[in-house]
Design a protein around this ligand. Sequence first.
Ligand code: ZN
Length: 270
Amino acid sequence: MIWFDCHNHLQFSRLGDPAPLLAAMHGAGVERCVVNATCEADWPAVAALARAYPESLLPAFGIHPNHAHQAGGPWQELLAGLLDEFPRAGVGECGLDRREGAPGMDLQVPLFLAQVRLARDRCRTLTIHCVKAWGLLTAALAEEPPPPRFVLHGFAGSVETARQLLPLGAYFSFSGEFLQARRAAVLDVFRQLPPERILLETDAPDRLPPPAWVSHPLPDSCNHPANLPAIGHGLADALSMQVADIADLTTRNARACFGDALVTPTLWKR
Ligand SMILES: [Zn+2]
């Protein structure tokens, strides 16, 4: 079985040396992952990973809404420069987050719209983080149309929201955290989504699945990117599907979503 982790943060120092993590991922059958930046400060680390492991990962560069207050200076030019250097890079993660303590919407919304515009202009896959801000998100995407393909990572929205986003090109990514009994409502939504738009992610080192679905434990409750097949197993059980079918489906979907037929090192050179 071949798997694809469509969202993680291999650049976070909490995970330590990426080499053994990638070796474990490949050992578990995860052929590729998308490594998402979260703020200008971690772009160099994501770029370094993309240069070092061009066949194992695709980078995405963006500013997470929780870092909206730190976005200043010529960040748009820097981001555009990274997209020039990495023709296969996505834009993300970016989005809207209304949890307590998050930066104000006066900062989040313009930052998000600018990243949507950049992804559309460059025709790059956009990765969106959205928490408790679905009305604002659909309004934002009506104002600034998204690129042809975009990912709602860790999608915990409603079926109604999904129906609004599907015709725009949305893919919906399932994380292991949703295998917790208290998140059963999310599984209900995934049962109703078109199979060809379902993706899988670890969001490592975050969103640790329940213990039954942790194949690669790490200290300090960190989520290992090689837990992806176990998470896929959990989703297969929940959707009454065969594990091999979930692997085939989500890997095919991820390749389509990220335009990732086959990554060859030469494509990454300027
Ligand atoms: Zn993330």
